[in-house]
Design a binder for this molecule. Structure first.
Ligand code: PEP
Ligand code: MG
Length: 869
């Protein structure tokens, strides 16, 4: 097996074998760019070495020798030659870039004799000994594990002793003296002299780079970035070029476009009279690359030209390492440049506009999680490093915000009216907290999961939220939040990172993520490719507008109970819930109907004929019951009843298990008037809006929640159709409509072909379906899911990512049954996993027609679907 490949024999496709660096050096050599000659020892050689845990085999040594000889012929220099010595660099390079994780040795081939030859040849002893001391230092560190600081300390000591401030103050004799000191350190630590034989140096260096694959830094980096341990690293041996050869030499790193903003143009820095590691070490401050133009205009122009060429060739922004030796430019590495989300979007758009890549390729390059970074603020990484963590919870809604904490919606609202930036922190939120939630920069709850009220509402509004922070004890009465012995009080400042689920003490600066335009362009391109639809879970005008702006093709779930927020509406809702007879029921219902009509008219007007699925009332009633003494007193006043009567009714309505209790369509079975009112409001509003705007065709989709049987569906449908017919008769107007249901009860999935006889469409409510399939309470699972994950009983939270094996299997059964009955029936998904890229890939596979998710998740959902074509 061939373990060594010359640069001119390799290509960019071979990065498995040659590593990223080696493959690109080979490619640049093939392109005839100014790359110092060399060869790559393959990753296969490394794996062989690591497997055998022995010295480099004789065969490999022989192969390396042959390639060195061929390098010697090309360069007309010889390794170890006393007149014109060949010096080489030895660099690691694995398939995926692991910056700074593995090792590099420069100036290999120098010894007591060749350093004299180098002095002779260049006429520059300062340079030659500077190279030699660098080799001693790097070799000592990488091959013999000598603490780098041992060398640095001596250099610092020497400089201060002589009154030097920078390395370039060091003269030839100074470096010579230091070389002697470094050799002593080498001897002292390793009990042997620094090897003078260049081949021995080379063998030891290659072995050390192989071993560096398994150093602790590298292993940790691979864990963090999900890189396999079994890849191994290649080793690149390359003729040295010298950036430390005086002031007309230098070394640097540059990107072909700005990695932070995506701005076009070379962006980077360089150091004159320096070797590679000086730039990284940060001892001297590099100059911006633009200054190279004045210093060496021809080199600068050439760099621009080569950067452009490489970008065109690789069809992406490049991160290039270069060295200038005596005004001659060499390229030492090129690779795809790492960049921010904003820069990724911008560069993709530019590359399409410049005709370098197609729109399809651009879409493939955007990681859907980048959308989050683009739309939501993120904390500045610089400050985040030193921030002190207060607690961690679920990353319920992305974004970053700092503010003063408040424990009640009311206080949050008051503080916000005074101009304060507030964060609402509660055990859990309920519809009543909405006014406090709206004004908050962030929301934190100590209970509840990814589908809790706080999480769903915050995501809908695009407000940052960390839910289910079980480690915080929230005392709403004393207005304090406690973690261990740390107590925060009302008004204390915290910072909330909803993207990671972390809460920090104090305030942390953040950068805004408001890049709608970049997003719009990419989303529009993605829409052209997307094979299934993306709708929004939204009901308020502001959310609907946001959803449309972000690319929603309609509304897939308008939760009507969310329309009953606000003091007046919730009051009527409570009266309705507490009603005991037809008369006391109809008065609040009629008021609620007016509110609903107002909202539906606004919805239909905004949607201009786009799909609109409105779900009838589905709250577990306890969510709307009055809780505080004040609220109960107020309700007693309003309904002209005694407090005792109200309390008695609340007691009557109490349920042991409200999520499995009197909610969803069950409300309508006991009190059909509620759904009849809602359906009347929907149909009347649709008629009214079409009468005002004649070209509009509105086909409302009425969705019944929590259906479990064909009988329920049939019974309710008949009643609702009767109400609709009455409206048609009264108004003399007929419009099309659909009546469908959610699939959120396992029984509904298992009998879906029967329910399909009564339903015009379906939408999976995966929040409830997961709750009921797993038997995990969606509001309480936060208490134990983490322990399940820690003990590897669960890979991930099934409320965040669809449980393909269980919930997914049920969904598949339902889809097949429905399609069997009638392939044209539309099936969607409107639970929270509908906005999760990983889940979307699965949902698409089982054949749903669309997904519906919170407005801010729409672009990443569209992208995910487009990428899966
Ligand atoms: C669901 O259960 O998935 C759903 C969308 O409905 P809700 O979250 O309102 O119960
Ligand atoms: Mg539900």
């Amino acid at each position: 097996m061939q373990y060594v490949i010359d640069f001119f024999d390799g290509s960019k496709e071979q990065n498995d074998l040659l590593g990223g660096k080696g493959a690109n050096l080979a490619e640049m050599t093939k392109m005839k760019l100014p790359v110092p000659t060399g060869f790559t020892i393959t990753t296969a050689a490394c794996l062989d070495y690591l497997k055998k845990q022995e010295k480099v085999s004789n065969e490999l040594n022989e192969e390396i020798r042959q390639h060195v000889r061929s390098m010697e012929q090309r360069t007309r220099k010889r390794l170890g030659d006393g007149v014109d010595p060949l010096l080489v660099s030895v660099r690691s390079g694995s398939k995926f870039s692991m910056p700074g994780m593995m090792d590099t040795i420069l100036n290999l081939g120098l010894n007591d004799e060749t350093v004299l030859a180098l002095t002779q040849k260049t006429g520059d002893a300062r340079f030659a000994y500077d190279c030699y001391r660098r080799l001693l230092q790097m070799f000592g560190d990488v091959v013999c594990d000598i603490d780098k600081n041992r060398f640095e300390e001596q250099l610092d000591f020497y400089k201060s002793k002589n009154g030097y401030t920078v390395d370039t103050d060091m003269q030839a004799d100074d470096w010579k003296e230091l070389v002697a000191v470094y050799k002593d350190i080498f001897l002292e630590v390793t009990h042997r002299a620094f090897p003078q034989d260049p081949y021995e140096q080379l063998n030891l260096a290659v072995e050390a780079v192989f071993r560096s694959w398994n150093n602790r830094r590298a292993i940790t980096y691979r864990r963090l970035h999900d890189i396999s341990d079994s890849l191994g690293t290649a080793v690149n041996i390359q003729e040295m070029v010298f950036g430390n050869f005086g002031t007309e030499s230098g070394t640097g790193v540059a990107f072909t476009r700005n990695p932070a903003t995506g701005e076009k143009g070379i962006f980077g820095e360089f150091l004159l009279n320096a070797q590679g590691e000086d730039v990284v070490a940060g001892i001297r401050t590099p100059q911006p690359i633009s200054e190279l133009e004045a210093l060496m205009p021809e080199v600068y122009q050439e760099f621009l030209k080569l950067g452009h060429l490489l970008e065109r060739h690789y069809k992406d922004m490049q991160d290039i390492e270069f060295t200038i030796e005596n005004r001659k430019l060499y390229l030492l590495q090129t690779r795809k440049g790492k960049r921010t989300a904003k820069s990724s979007f911008k560069i993709c758009i530019q590359l399409v506009e410049e005709g370098i890549i197609s729109k399809k390729e651009a879409i493939q390059r955007i990681n859907p999680t980048m959308v989050t970074q683009l739309l939501h603020p993120v904390f500045e990484p610089e400050y985040l490093k030193n921030a002190e963590v207060f607690a961690r919870g679920l990353p319920a809604s992305p974004g970053a915000a700092s503010g003063a904490i408040y424990f009640t919606a009311e206080n949050a609202k008051k503080a916000s009216e005074q101009g304060e930036k507030v964060i609402l922190i509660r055990q859990e939120t309920s519809p009543e907290d909405i006014e406090g939630m709206v004004v908050s920069e962030a929301i934190v709850t100590s209970r509840g999961g990814m589908t809790s009220h706080a999480a769903v509402v915050a995501r809908g509004m695009g407000v940052c939220c960390v839910a289910g922070c079980e480690e915080i004890y929230v005392d709403e009465f004393l207005e304090q939040a406690t973690v261990g012995s740390v107590i925060l009080h009302q008004g204390d400042t915290i910072s909330v990172d909803g993207t990671t689920g972390t809460i920090y003490h104090g305030s942390i600066p953040y950068v805004d993520g408001d890049e709608w335009q970049l997003l719009e362009t990419i989303t529009n391109w993605a829409k052209e490719e997307a094979s299934i639809g993306v709708k929004a879970n939204a009901e308020t005008p502001i959310d609907i507008q946001t959803a449309l702006k972000l690319g929603a093709e309609g509304i897939g779930l308008a939760r009507t109970e969310h329309m009953f927020f606000g003091e007046e509406r919730i009051g009527e809702m409570r009266k309705m819930i507490l009603a005991q007879n037809e008369e006391s029921l109809m008065a609040p219902l009629n008021k609620l109907k007016e509110f609903q009509k107002e909202d539906f008219r606004a919805m239909f007007t905004l949607l201009k004929g786009k799909a609109c699925t409105i779900r009838l009332l589905d709250p577990p009633l306890h969510e709307f019951l009055p809780q505080t003494v004040e609220e109960i007193n107020h309700l007693a006043d309003e309904t002209k009843r005694t407090v005792a009567q109200i309390n008695y009714r609340i007691e009557e309505l109490h349920e042991q298990n409200p999520m499995l209790g009197h909610r969803g369509c069950r409300l309508a079975v006991t009190t059909p008037q509620i759904y009849e009112m809602q359906v009347a409001a929907i149909i009347e509003s649709a008629i009214e809006v079409t009468q005002l705007e004649e070209d509009l065709v509105i086909v409302p989709e009425i969705m019944i929640p929590l259906i479990g049987s064909q009988e329920e569906m049939k019974w309710l449908r008949e009643r609702l159709e009767q109400t609709i017919q009455e409206i048609f008769d009264q108004t003399n107007c007929v419009i099309s409509y659909k009546i469908g249901t959610m699939l959120e009860i396992p029984r509904a999935c298992l009998t879906a072909e029967k329910i399909a006889e009564e339903a015009d469409f379906f939408s999976f409510g995966t929040n409830d379906l997961t709750q009921l399939t797993y038997g995990f309470s969606r509001d309480d699972s936060g208490k134990f899911i983490a322990a399940y994950q820690d003990n590897k009983l669960l890979k991930e939270d099934p409320f965040q990512h669809i449980d393909e094996e269980g919930v997914g299997a049920l969904m598949k059964i339902a889809v097949d049954k429905i399609r069997n009955f009638d392939p044209s029936i539309k099936i969607g998904v409107c639970g929270e996993v509908g906005g999760d890229p990983q889940s979307i890939r699965f949902l698409k596979k089982i054949g749903v027609d669309y997904i519906s998710c919170s407005p801010y998740r729409i672009p990443s959902a569209i992208l995910t679907i487009a990428q899966e074509q």
